[in-house]
Design a protein around this ligand. Structure first.
Ligand SMILES: Nc1ncnc2c1ncn2[C@@H]1O[C@H](COP(=O)(O)OP(=O)(O)OP(=O)(O)O)[C@@H](O)[C@H]1O
Ligand SMILES: [Mg+2]
Length: 478
């Protein structure tokens, strides 16, 4: 093999712009990634740590089209524990924003008819003075301003003669000789809002007035990583409200709904590392994949969120799951069959042939890692050669194969450590000696033990202060 390197240091090595092209030595994974993104299939990646499984999953998400659906839950005035679900596309959102009814006429409370301000909760029926519509007691004379659910403790204190507080008050006015309906609503502490016939008719055709909690916006990332650490993280939740969602002091149910990983990955990639760590949650994952929608409900039975439920929240994700070879048989069989039936299973490569092209790929890898790290200098040609030498040694020692290792996370670790040595030397480049030092210092602790003591037994003896005495019989021990 001639010298595959035509560079002095990695600053002149070309790094591809896309994440997919930066994946080294996993040609089949890269080929599948393109198919999967296009056809929206699932993928099961099998292989040891640090070989690029997460990178492949991210690369798939990076070539997906942007999400087209925004998903919201809206307040349901008739049944707050069953918020409405709304899915809108960008054109629909724009259309609704354009068609949003005008705010109506804002009117200071002093100018509104007194019977209106009284029924909306501003005016005190006893002293006729105005105050905040949220204050159940008049701050001027101390009288009950309104009753009927006015305050959180209203069932304990009932004002005699106080009116009901109303959400809106309808009345009529004569406009151009015709009688016309006008509706007054509370706006803030000092103003009411008056809606005339024209504005009301627009309101009839629009539900944009319902308060909205956007669960998934259009700018969300296409890559979501979930773990089995918590059920709520994967499947969503409705947060607890100690006030039980009371309309004045509590938080309304629709605003406590939280999406899970399966929902956040809607239209994108749901990446699950160590799939089997999901345990029994694998079953829920299976349901989500089959139904392409999954309800969100409070997952803690003793929480006030448990009574809230939103059905059919969409979750059309591409599942990319990773497992170690030894865990394959622990995958829930129907889940595995679901992935296989609508996707691919792939055994990740741990080594690649020792060809000139692949050696160049490792130089590209070194350049990528330097750029990605951002804190270490570029590597000289001799430093890259030393790194390639280590890749050869590791293929042999770890995978017992001729070739170059693809356990690239640990190779990247060596490069970073070498970079740190270079930085502490104030060297402008990572040199061969830095890589050699990093290889020596970066050995796993087991290898360090073998180097220093020759055996784990001797190391243990040394821990007990018996380093130089190799026991020959029971008497020597202790
Ligand atoms: N095939 C590869 N091509 C380029 N870089 C790689 C490759 N494999 C690993 N790397 C480098 O190693 C890092 C770790 O890889 P990644 O997180 O994808 O490994 P993994 O297989 O998901 O490991 P784990 O099983 O521990 O999660 C990547 O960020 C990248 O810098
Ligand atoms: Mg990973």
């Amino acid at each position: 093999m001639g010298n595959p390197f035509d560079f002095d240091d990695t600053s002149s090595v070309k790094v591809p712009s896309t994440l997919l092209e930066q994946v080294i030595g996993q040609e089949e994974a890269v080929r599948l990634a393109r198919v999967i993104a296009k056809q929206r299939r699932h993928l099961l990646l099998v292989g040891p740590p640090g070989t690029g499984k997460s990178m492949v999953a991210q690369a798939i998400s990076s070539i997906l089209p942007r999400p087209t659906q925004e998903v919201s839950v809206l307040h349901n005035p008739a049944k707050p524990e069953r918020p409405f679900l709304e899915v809108r596309t960008r054109p629909q959102i724009e259309e609704q924003v354009r068609g949003r009814p005008p705010a109506g006429l804002l009117m200071p409370i002093e100018q509104a008819p007194p019977f209106v301000t009284e029924r909306l909760g501003y005016r005190c029926h006893a002293c006729s003075r105005n105050s905040s519509p949220d204050a159940p007691l008049c701050p001027h004379c101390g009288a009950e301003k309104f009753r009927g659910g006015a305050g959180p403790f209203d069932d304990l204190v009932v004002g005699l003669g106080a009116p009901e507080r109303e959400e809106s008050v309808s009345t009529t006015r004569i406009m151009g000789g015709k009688e016309e309906l006008v509706v007054f609503e509370r706006f803030d502490d000092r103003c009411v809002r008056a809606l005339d016939q024209k504005e009301l008719s627009k309101l009839d055709h629009s539900d944009t007035q319902l308060p909205r909690n956007i669960l998934l916006n259009l700018e969300r990332p296409c890559f979501v990583q979930a773990t089995g650490a918590s059920e709520t993280e994967l499947l969503g939740d409705v947060r607890h409200d100690p006030y039980g969602g009371h309309y004045q002091i509590g938080t309304p149910p629709y605003s406590r709904v939280v999406a899970g990983g399966v929902h956040e990955a809607h239209e994108g990639v749901l990446f699950i590392d160590e799939l089997v760590s999901l345990g029994r949650l694998q079953r829920h994952l299976l349901t989500a994949m089959q139904e392409r929608k999954f309800p969100i409900t409070g997952r803690n039975a003793s929480s006030t969120g448990a009574s809230v439920r939103v059905d059919s929240v969409p979750c059309e994700f591409i599942l990319v799951a990773a497992v170690n070879t030894s865990d394959l048989r622990k995958i829930l069989p129907p889940l595995r069959s679901r992935i296989g039936g609508n996707g691919y299973e792939l055994l990740i490569n741990t080594t690649m042939p020792d060809t000139e092209a692949n050696v160049q790929k490792l130089a590209q890898f070194a350049a990528q890692e330097v750029r990605r790290d951002g804190r270490i200098p570029h590597a000289s040609r001799a430093a890259v050669e030393a790194l390639v030498g280590e890749a050869r040694r590791r293929a042999k020692s770890v995978d017992h194969a001729a070739g170059l290792t693809l356990r690239l996370r640990s190779l990247s670790g060596i490069l970073k450590m070498a970079g740190d040595w270079a930085v502490s030397d104030t060297a402008p480049l990572i040199e061969e000696k830095h890589v050699k030092l990093a290889i020596e210092r970066g050995k796993p602790v087991e290898e360090q033990i073998m180097g220093r003591y020759g055996s784990a037994y001797k190391a243990a003896m040394s821990d007990w202060g018996l380093s130089n005495r190799v026991p020959t019989d029971d008497k020597n021990i202790g």
